[in-house]
Design a protein around this ligand. Structure first.
Ligand code: IMP
Ligand code: MG
Length: 173
């Protein structure tokens, strides 16, 4: 059985979600905002984040992306399994992703979203993992930074398991 080593507890995660939500609320107070979550990993983070936003009107949509490879290492080949259903032309888009690792997923998504001509695109990630970055990605809002490790919990999975853990752990095989 793999071991679960605590990395971020519930309180630490939510304190930062609060802070980032305040920042986003102030940056987008007068905008036509569409928040796009990346399924499945971002679902818990996004649910906590949007409930803390002090913005009167915004839309929510989702994409589902898959990068094929083994359960803990991405292959670099990204495919779009579900697209947004919202017309984002001329709107301000904020992408919500669970974790930035190699950067390939966000790079792919950024290009895909840009093709629909929104007014702006920014990204918010729960975790930025620096060790394996393969492509440069600009992320405006980052909750937590880690160097390495395979993290699970709070939406993050290993082979579809552990998403429901209320905190974040390093999975040691
Ligand atoms: P990237 O394309 O390599 O940046 O990978 C991003 C995707 O890989 C994320 O959306 C996650 O689904 C997955 N991923 C990368 N690192 C981890 C991790 O430590 N735990 C769980 N999923 C991860
Ligand atoms: Mg995943």
């Amino acid at each position: 059985m793999p071991e679960l080593i605590p990395v971020l507890d519930k309180e630490t995660i939510l304190r930062k979600v609060d802070e980032v939500a305040r920042q986003i609320s102030s940056d987008y107070c007068d905008s036509d905002l569409v928040i796009i979550g990346v399924l499945k990993g971002a679902f818990i983070f996004m649910a906590d984040l949007v409930r803390r936003l002090d913005i009167r009107r915004f839309s929510i949509d989702f994409v589902r992306l898959a990068s094929y490879g083994s359960a803990s290492a991405s292959s670099g080949k990204i495919s779009l399994l579900k697209d947004i259903e919202t017309d984002i032309r001329g709107k301000d888009v904020l992408i919500i992703e669970d974790i930035l690792d190699t950067g390939r997923t966000l790079n792919f998504l950024h290009q895909h979203i840009a093709a629909s001509a929104p007014r702006s695109i920014e990204t918010c990630v729960l975790i930025e993992k620096s060790e394996r970055r393969a492509t440069e990605v600009h992320v405006k809002y980052i909750c937590h930074k880690v160097q390495s490790g395979f993290l699970v919990g709070y939406g993050l999975d290993f082979d579809e398991t552990y998403r429901n853990l209320p905190a974040i752990f390093n999975l040691k095989f």
